[in-house]
Design a protein. Structure first.
Length: 345
């Protein structure tokens, strides 16, 4: 028996058929799931396959057939973070916030001994759809805030890996984080950091980070973060937001998760354009759900810094992708973000 490569529907179906227990969503294990796989998304790191059980009982069930999602890394050696971190975060997250973690197979594990098995992760399907910017009412923003507060309920004394809670760092510096990212880009892509609209902007952003440093020095309670809850990673069903693509999950500053919804620096479909009043209501909804220890002023200040940090380095990423052959829209996105950062700073 050869090792499946998990790059085709047939190979994913064969893998799922060999593991009917993965389909047990509380209704038991199907005797013959006869799975059908459909590629539902390919990002920069993963391909995602929706696998549907076609057992007769599933087809007749009022709640619909049992489903799973198989996430296959496109380049396992180049993942931004180990799959084990994402899986551990899903195991630690409160129920109903993200997908149900089912199975993790790092590269080279399992199989029949005839070769290396591709790495993959099996999770439950998250209901809902990505909502356009026009659908993000104050009510939906408040629901998002409450879900993040649920995710952040468990507190930690430092930041770091989900699998390394015994090795957390106690002090987080926004200036330090920004400078580390800037140094990486300077070392690996000096042509990008030397561009006039980038090189001229960086000192201003670093000064903004330095201004918020007192808020970061006072930060002594950290939480489990999704790490990248931008709009495309939020699925909404019945007014309830849930989160997918947890590859950046870690223990960190709760304000980072608040930041990625958008604000004064925006770029659809990732980050919403939100004015000061709407942002204040969003942070207030989070603080109401998080409890009396939540400081809206400090959260808002740190979130602004995280949004600036994220959008600045995402702009460099877009330019790098354009240089590697991606379409002209990547260059346009980078130029747009940098122009808005210039206006903001």
């Amino acid at each position: 028996m050869s090792t499946p490569d998990l790059t085709s529907a047939a190979s994913v179906e064969a893998l799922a058929a060999a593991h009917p227990e993965w389909f047990d969503d509380g209704r038991g294990v199907p005797e013959d799931p006869s799975p059908v796989a459909t590629l539902i998304g390919t990002g920069e790191s993963y391909a995602a396959w929706l696998v549907v059980s076609r057992e007769l009982a599933d087809l007749r069930a009022p709640e619909g057939p049992r489903t799973i999602v198989v996430r296959v890394p496109l380049r396992p050696d180049e993942l931004p973070r180990p799959m084990a971190e994402e899986f551990a975060a899903l195991q630690a997250a409160p129920e109903g916030i993200g997908p149900r973690p089912i199975h993790l197979a790092p590269a080279g594990t399992g199989g029949d001994g005839e070769g290396r098995v591709p790495s993959y992760m099996v999770v439950g399907r998250v209901p809902g759809q990505v909502r356009p910017a026009s659908a993000w009412t104050d009510a939906l923003l408040a629901a998002h805030a409450r879900q993040l507060a649920r995710l952040h309920e468990a507190r930690f004394d430092g930041y770091g890996d989900v699998t390394g809670t015994d090795r957390l760092e106690p002090q987080l510096s926004m200036t330090g984080a920004g400078e580390a990212s800037w140094q990486w880009w300077t070392d690996h892509h000096p042509e990008l950091t030397a561009a006039p609209d980038v090189a001229g902007l960086w000192p201003r952003l670093r000064a903004l980070f330095a201004e918020t440093e007192p808020h970061f020095r006072r930060l002594d309670r950290f939480a489990l973060l999704h790490g990248d809850p931008a709009v495309p990673n939020i699925l909404v069903s019945g007014g309830v937001p849930r989160y997918v693509d947890w590859e950046w999950a870690h223990i960190g500053d709760p304000a980072r998760d608040l930041a990625f919804i958008g604000g004064a620096v925006w770029l659809e479909p990732w980050y919403l354009r939100l004015g000061p009043d709407r942002l204040a209501r969003f942070v207030a909804a989070y603080c109401e759900a998080a409890g009396p220890d939540a400081d809206p002023e400090a959260l808002a200040a740190r979130a602004r810094a995280w949004l600036v940090n994220e959008t600045f380095f995402v702009a460099l990423h877009f330019r790098r992708q354009h240089g590697r052959g991606a379409g002209p829209e990547y260059a346009e996105r980078a130029t747009t973000l940098l122009a808005r950062l210039h206006q903001f700073s």
